[in-house]
Design a protein around this ligand. Sequence first.
Ligand code: TRP
Length: 387
Amino acid sequence: MEQQQITAWNVKGAVVNGVVQAIDYEKILVQFGSQLLTPRLIERFEKLTGRKAHHYMRRGIFYSHRDFDKILDLYEQGKKFYLYTGRGPSSKSLHAGHMIPFIFCQYLQEAFDVPIVIQMTDDEKFLVNNMTMQEGALCLKNNVKDIIACGFDLKKTFIFSNFRYYSGLLPNILKVNKRLTVNDSNKAFGFSELDCIGKFGFPAVQMVPCFSDSFPHIFGASSSVPCLIPCAIDQDVYFRLLRRVVAPQLKYKKPSLLHSKFFPALQGAQTKMSASVSSSSIFCDDSMEVIEKKIMEGAQCENVDTSDDTKVTNNVVFTYLTFYMEDDQMLDKIKADYSAKLISKMELKKILVTVLQEFFLNFQQKRKTVTDELVEQFMTVREMKFD
Ligand code: TRP
């Protein structure tokens, strides 16, 4: 038996008798020491914002948090806070899993009416993946277009690449790196002595956007504007270390977090969808024919009990529906019919194909309207009204 691995750069289920298992999300929560996003918190969010909770919240896709209640307190008191998320540009197009945090952040930006900063870690992908800087630059621009097409508000959104905005982050990177020991980083990230030294320096870069004084053009000199980070749970390690070791020493506020589950690969819930394995992924720029082919021929669709939402399901087709089909009633009906064997595997797949095609056709139309100029506007350091 091999334990499941959830690290910043690798996600893999446990191995039992040579068979890779589905990811066990409860185990991650216990191991990382985060809190369950309870129905009570979700209800409080709905009451305060007057918005129906996003289906990612209702269906346990964003399922874990740290201090989300504190963010709700702030919102209730009319106090300021901001959102922070990011993306390592490693493929020319985002895939169906990469979209999840951005779809969710766009929703939260609207619901809370707050600014968001989005970090593009082109430096990380150069250090960790085998990518040239030229390839990285191409991915960056295309990814930023995909992100903008999710509907962010230009007046309240700053998208920055580390290459370009590094000097703005540098004072805080230095402060963090002065406090962070090799020992603490090693324990958190499991670096090996053969890893390049650049990797050791990277965590601070992902941490410092949680400090509001990294963005004086948005927050002025204030170093105490609280931050909420929606992200997939494998990214928690940076912020766990920041909360435990760095923030108290530097007297910065600890960021709050909302954690999501992973969007599984077409072949199964043992790992997340990966852009570097193109047969495992549905890309945002896939044609309608390709989407159909990938789902009909490639998606894993075991006949498992889908009656219990909380159970780790190994049926990728059904899991994709919980991510992309918004209508609760329709989803419940499909679930019931599939469990009762009233719909076949092929029929279930066809339903998913229709849902994905509708979503991505619509997305591709919006994406076409995102110009190079608009990219530049989102990425320009500019004053933002924040009141
Ligand atoms: N490391 C992330 C990735 O590889 C990118 C990232 C940077 C990020 N900052 C973040 C993700 C903050 C979530 C939250 O995609």
